[in-house]
Design a protein. Sequence first.
Length: 80
Amino acid sequence: TDTLARLADEAPTALAGQDVVERMALDTNDGFKFYRTDGSWLLIRFSGTEALLRVYVEARSPEDVESLLAEGRRLAGAAR
């Protein structure tokens, strides 16, 4: 919950070098979805069944997917 509280208070303005144009809190209040200018997005939310923080992305290229996943891990505090 600390991670989501931090994201609520200090949402990123850019992800992987591209501006965030919209931040959407999930209806279930268990995460956030960030949209970039090119339509790609990053979703960080708690699992509904396990004690896990999940990171999902959608982007136009495999390289953008990897960049967004790295940003998601960083934001979640779980960089590997």
